[in-house]
Design a protein around this ligand. Structure first.
Ligand code: SF4
Length: 505
């Protein structure tokens, strides 16, 4: 009996930007008695069904975007006589769907780190339960990944997680509901040990795949200080101290290392934190800007973000501390108007963000927005290929309409065209070239241009294009650009690198 772990994708690029961490974490959670699991990341290449034999256990992790392909893979694995187990955010939300459509014998809800060994043992004994409650495991029980199973020369960035959970409650985001609002932070020792292993193997670019790298803000501390009972303040101070300890340890790693993370904009008000990020080689961060207007931020329960000129100042603060920003913007918020698109493009230019993504507001399962949209009678009775529109991820890829949150004055097509125009504006070659000057050398500048183009192909054209021909063409171009890009990220292995000692306090 062998254990297979499959990351489904309906499009394969041959090379991928970031390692799908869950594959390597569940590989580590697989007891040694079953041998090394067989890992398949379909964003590299499609599954070869011949690898699955009767009696094998097949674990498939899905989010809403790849659920339909995951169900195809699940049925195929079941037909070949395997025990099929689904996990991931989408299976957690819709376990019956995975059983009915994906041939699941079992579904793991929540974190798989602790429960996976039991699932495999039960499948092997032919007594798998229908549902396993993985829950939210404490940070001390997070599995470290099995990086020894990485295929060579396929990924540009490795991924290491330092914290799960986010204290905020944005209406379009499912993270705070699935991973919880209480941050679960790993120890610096566990994080650094994984990073050192990756650098030994030749990865110098590492994504800190966190929900929110800055879970305690200065405002949180100020509010806690006003309470009579100091318990909350002490908890927050301890969490903050752990962040600084981690960044101090990252600072001891080889100087060529580059980390990238996700963070809320409030970190811009905390120069001590930004300086520690810079010292710890955290050179880039995805910042959820979402909207450039105060009304837009209220629409999505993100009133803690700045807007207008204050937003420009805050985004610039990151760059001034050497942390380059990938700004994430959302269009189609109820208060958006035609002029919002140009205003956003202009602000992104002025604020000096290095990269940007422009998304359209979509009701994703697991979010407050989805629940509101699903309840709205307007959707009822609408079907495509016999599938209700409220289950749009089950519509075959070729016929699947892009489903967006309804807007009071703009049509979905108008939002789509205007969003595409903002991508075109931001990623016009002269603008990329001008932004690339932050990099220094000519080689680094050319790398910046290539990566900008790749980012746009992978995320704008394949994500927003309505016709499958355009999406397929973009995937081909992305595949073509991805290969030289990957080489830009590779570094000579450092097999003798030691884990730096913890500083004495
Ligand atoms: S969008 Fe970001 S800040 Fe908001 S809840 Fe999700 S992870 Fe937290």
């Amino acid at each position: 009996m062998r254990v297979h772990l499959i990351n489904p994708s309906h499009v394969s690029f041959g090379t991928a930007v970031i390692t799908p961490r869950w594959l390597y974490v569940l590989a580590a959670a697989t007891p040694a008695q079953w041998g090394d699991p067989v890992l398949c990341d379909e964003s590299l290449e499609p599954l070869d069904p011949e690898t699955i034999q009767p009696g094998d256990v097949v674990g498939i992790g899905i989010h809403t975007g790849n659920a339909l392909r995951g169900y195809e893979v699940g049925r195929l694995a079941r037909e070949r006589g395997a025990s099929v187990v689904f996990g991931g955010i989408h299976a957690t939300l819709f376990p019956e769907e995975a059983q009915e459509r994906g041939g699941a014998h079992a579904v793991v809800k929540g974190d798989g780190d602790a429960v996976w060994a039991q699932v495999v043992a039960d499948c092997a004994a032919g007594r798998a339960a229908r549902i396993y409650e993985g829950g939210r495991v404490p940070a001390g029980e997070f599995q470290s990944a099995r990086w020894d199973l990485l295929p060579p020369d396929r990924y540009m960035w490795a991924s290491v997680q330092t914290v799960r959970g986010c204290p905020k409650h944005c209406s379009f985001c499912s993270v705070w509901r699935s991973d919880g609002q209480q941050p679960r932070q790993r120890t610096a020792d566990a994080v650094v040990a994984e990073i050192v292993e990756l650098r030994r193997r030749g990865f110098r670019f590492i994504a800190l795949a966190d929900d929110n790298f800055y879970p305690v803000t200065l405002t949180d501390l100020a509010q806690a200080r006003r309470r009579a009972d100091p318990t909350r303040l002490h908890e927050l101070e301890a969490l903050r101290a752990e962040r600084f300890e981690l960044m101090d340890r990252l600072a001891q790693l080889p100087k060529d290392m580059v980390f990238f993370t996700q963070i809320t904009m409030e970190a811009a008000e905390d120069p001590e934190f930004l300086s520690a990020m810079r010292r710890g080689h955290i050179r880039g961060a995805l910042v959820g800007v979402e909207s450039v207007t105060g009304e837009g931020l209220k629409d999505i329960y993100k009133g803690f973000n700045a807007s207008g000129e204050e937003l420009v100042t805050q985004l610039r603060a990151f760059a001034e501390h050497g942390v380059h920003v990938l700004g994430s913007f959302i269009f189609g918020l109820p208060s958006d108007r035609p002029e919002t698109f140009d205003a956003t493009a202009a602000l992104a230019d002025r604020a000096g963000v290095a990269f940007a993504q422009f998304l359209m507001l979509q009701p994703y399962p697991g979010t407050v927005d989805f629940e509101r949209w699903e309840r709205d009678a307007v959707q009822h009775g609408i079907e495509v290929d016999g599938v209700p529109i409220t289950r749009h991820w089950l519509i075959p890829q070729a016929q699947r309409p892009k489903v967006y949150s309804p807007h009071p004055v703009l049509s979905a097509e108008e939002i789509r065209l205007r969003t595409q125009a903002v991508w075109d504006h931001f990623y016009a070659l002269p603008r990329i070239w001008a932004r690339a000057k932050v990099t220094g050398s000519l080689k680094a500048r050319i790398a910046f241009v290539l990566i900008s183009k790749l980012y746009r192909q992978m995320y704008a054209n394949t994500g927003i294009a309505t016709d499958s021909a355009r999406a397929a063409r973009s995937a081909r171009i992305a595949r073509w650009i991805a290969r030289p890009c990957r080489r830009l990220f590779a570094a000579p292995p450092m097999p003798d690198l030691q884990v730096p000692a913890a500083p004495v306090r």
